[in-house]
Design a protein around this ligand. Structure first.
Ligand code: C5P
Length: 236
C-alpha cells in the first residue's frame, strides 16, 4: 500500500486519446473541475506536437507525456532533452540499461517512468515474442532495473502493483493503465488484457491510474470520474 500523500485530483490521469487538439481541449475543460492531470500520447502528439501539451500546462495542470521513447541510447537522450524544459511532469521510456541511462542523463527536472510490460499484453503475447518469463516476473525484473538505474517510477498494470510495492518499496512511483469500471471488468472486452478497477489499483499500491476510453467515450465523463474518485477515496 502506497504511503504517498497525493491529492485526489491528481490520482486519475485522464488519457486524451483523441484525434484533434480541439477535442483534447474540450475534454480538459469538461474534466478540469475534477482532475488536473492529463496524459498526451502518440495519437494526440502526432496531431498537435507540443501545442496541447503547452496549453494544458499553461492552464495550471500536469502533463504525462506518454511517447514511450525506445531507440538507440543517443537518440533517446536527445529526445528526452527536447522534453525536459517544457514543464512536463512525467514522460515514458523503455529499453535496456544503456537506453535508460541515456535518458537519465538528459532528463533535468523531468520525472521518467519506465514502461514494464504493456497492459494489453498477456502471457501468450510474451510467449509469441519469444519471452519465457511470466508477465509478473518480467514486470518485477524491469521495474527493479529501472529503479536501480534511477528512474522515478514505472508503468505497470494494477495486477502487479502489490508485488512491486512489496518488493521494491515506497520510493517507486507506480502508474497504472488498464483501468476499467467494476461493472465491465472482463479482459477481452477491448485491447487491454491486464485490467483492474481504479480503487483496486490504488489500494494495492499504484500512485496514479491512467484512464482513457472509460472517461473519454462516456456519455457523462464527469460521472465516471466521480465514481472512480469515490472508489479511490473509499480505499485509502
Ligand atoms: O483507453 P484506455 O483506458 O485503455 O487507455 C489507456 C492509456 O494508457 C492509453 O493511452 C495507452 O496508450 C496507455 N498505456 C497503456 N499501457 C501501458 C502504457 C500506457 O494502456 N503499459
Amino acid at each position: 500500500m502506497t504511503c504517498k500523500n497525493i491529492d485526489i485530483k491528481e490520482r486519475i490521469i485522464v488519457a486524451l486519446d483523441v484525434e484533434h487538439p480541439d477535442l483534447a481541449k474540450d475534454m480538459v475543460k469538461r474534466c478540469e473541475s475534477h482532475t488536473r492531470y492529463f496524459k498526451v500520447g502518440l495519437q494526440l502528439f502526432m496531431a498537435s506536437y507540443f501545442e496541447v501539451v503547452d496549453w494544458i500546462i499553461d492552464r495550471g495542470h500536469k502533463v504525462m507525456l506518454d511517447l514511450k521513447f525506445f531507440d538507440i541510447p543517443e537518440t533517446v537522450k536527445l529526445a528526452v532533452e527536447q522534453v525536459n524544459s517544457r514543464g512536463v511532469s512525467l514522460a515514458t521510456i523503455h529499453g535496456n540499461d544503456a537506453i535508460i541511462r541515456a535518458a537519465m542523463e538528459s532528463r533535468g527536472d523531468l520525472q521518467l517512468l519506465a514502461v514494464t510490460v504493456l497492459t494489453s499484453f498477456g502471457e501468450e503475447d510474451l510467449r509469441a515474442m519469444g519471452m519465457t518469463q511470466s508477465v509478473e516476473d518480467l514486470v518485477l525484473f524491469r521495474a527493479r532495473r529501472a529503479l536501480e538505474l534511477g528512474c522515478d517510477g514505472v508503468v505497470s498494470s494494477g495486477l502487479e502493483a502489490e508485488r512491486l510495492r512489496r518488493d521494491l518499496g515506497d520510493k517507486l512511483l507506480i502508474v497504472t493503465p488498464g483501468i476499467r469500471p467494476g461493472l465491465n471488468i472482463s479482459d477481452g472486452a477491448d485491447d487491454q488484457k491486464r485490467v483492474i478497477t481504479a480503487g483496486r489499483a490504488i489500494a494495492t499500491g499504484a500512485d496514479h491510474v491512467v484512464v482513457g476510453r472509460p472517461i473519454t467515450k462516456a456519455d457523462d465523463p464527469i460521472r465516471v470520474l466521480e465514481e472512480m474518485q469515490q472508489e479511490i477515496v473509499d480505499t485509502i
